[in-house]
Design a protein around this ligand. Sequence first.
Ligand code: KMH
Ligand code: ZN
Length: 274
Amino acid sequence: MSASTLITVATTGAESTKQDVPALPTTLEELVETAQRCEAAGAALIHVHVRDADHRPSLDVARLRDTVAALREATDLVVQLSTGGAVTDSFEARLAVLDAEPDSCSLTCGTTNFGDDVFLNPYPFMRDLYLKARERRVVPEFELFDLGHVHALGRLLRECGLPHGGAVHCDVVLGVPGAAPATPESLLACVAALPPEVTSWSATGVGRGHLPIMATALAAGGHLRVGMEDNLLLARGVPVEHNAQLVERAARLAELMQRPAMSTSQARELLHLG
Ligand code: KMH
Ligand code: ZN
């Protein structure tokens, strides 16, 4: 079991609107300020979705490049761009995210119902994204929303070999409406089925399941992802005002479990980033 805990912060996502959630960091200035406070609170990796001037989700490559550069300038966080984007984004636009040259990218291992929508990730797209990430020397983080995604990850690794750097890090995302629920049982079933190539894993609970998922992940040797992409309430009726609150709580729990938050350099070692 890793002696320390990688804390990833997923600050923004593509689903909540600025109008509904004014505290959501949607401008570059807000994102950089958020990243700095989250790094100080114990985060080592930032999962990024960018927004356009109207606060709408965007996969514009110039905007993504500027964001990567600004985050590198202002923090030492590992910068991960979402290739999931929004459910309306094309495969082409999602593949082009890699042209912004992040350290890491998300790679979801299967199609899933996503509320009333469908988040499309057919196997040939997963493979194209995986091969392009390796060619661009970007380290993928495999997003697993369901037990079937865990098996699809195994197929990808068997058929295509290891990713750039050789580390295989995945994030079990539970509680998406339409996918596996955010329960300790789901998390442990997914973890038990992880392919042998996996070198580390984290877990995310969407919505109110985030606390039991965090506690289970820490107890089972996993790492943590928190943030306003996944959860907008600190407790019933108490909105999150800043992503750093969620990171601070995760870091406190990790410390109590005697697996304190890892530094950004430890995160780079874990993920085999140069
Ligand atoms: N916004 C979701 C459709 C990812 O970042 O890779 C996809 C998502 C996963 O958030
Ligand atoms: Zn995301």
